[in-house]
Design a protein around this ligand. Structure first.
Ligand code: SAM
Length: 212
């Protein structure tokens, strides 16, 4: 048993509802690219530790990470989730409803950059962000997350290691270049205190410090 397997079997409490959502996504022929259970549990923990009330997710797929996020929120908490594909957003909504979390979540469909622009115009603010969509746009998603953050908000981003591709400097693909830029901004931005947790495919996490 390696360290990740040890952590999975000891610390991760994935119940039947969550396991059924993973099966549902696979059975529908959707890509099985949801966060692994130990990252889901970590996201829930971060939300609780930060007392986040308003969360924003970029990349819903079938609602698997959405359930972990929504479960970390307080009773009056709320999750806004951005998803390109309206069919995926429907599946996600159904899965959140099955988990009795339907009243806590709102899905906005279409390209996330457009939704983010509208949220910025509406002056929305969030306490927690999960970035988990198209990798080329991670730097732009980070810029929006900082702009939409309440002081003390947490920004988390999955796949920060791109399965080893960020550290392979011969990889000059658009996604690898974007993820390196994203990680460098997380590491050096004057408003952020950050770390890249090397669990799973890497979860980059930052706190947005107050600039006042
Ligand atoms: C890795 S999956 C999300 C997995 C989900 N967070 C989970 O762990 O259950 C990425 C999702 O981002 C969506 N996506 C891709 N490009 C997007 C874009 N430009 N705007 C919004 N969503 C996008 C995809 O349709 C896909 O559902």
């Amino acid at each position: 048993m390696n360290a990740e397997e040890y952590v999975q079997q000891l610390f991760v409490h994935e119940d039947e509802t969550l396991a059924a959502v993973r099966r549902d996504i696979v059975e529908r022929g959707m890509p099985p690219i949801f966060v692994p259970p130990h990252i889901g549990q970590l996201l829930s923990l971060l939300i609780k530790m930060n007392h986040s009330r308003e969360a924003l997710e970029i990349g819903a797929l079938g609602g698997y990470s959405g359930i972990w996020l929504a479960r970390g929120l307080p009773l009056d908490g709320h999750l806004t989730s951005l998803e390109l594909n309206p069919e995926y957003a429907n599946v996600a909504m159904n899965n959140l409803q099955r988990a009795n979390l339907g009243d806590k979540v709102q899905y906005l469909t279409g390209p996330a950059l457009e939704s983010l622009k509208h949220l910025e115009q509406e002056q929305k603010r969030y306490d927690f962000f999960l970035i988990d969509a198209d990798k080329e746009n991670y730097p732009a998603y980070l810029t929006y997350a900082i702009a939409l953050a309440n002081p003390g908000a947490i920004i988390a981003a999955d796949n920060a290691l791109l399965h080893g591709r960020v550290t392979n400097h011969e990889d000059l693909s658009a996604s690898a270049l974007a993820m390196r830029k994203f990680n460098e901004t997380m590491a050096h931005h004057p408003l952020l205190t950050a770390m890249l947790i090397t669990m799973g495919d890497g979860l980059a996490v930052a706190r947005v410090n107050s600039n006042s």
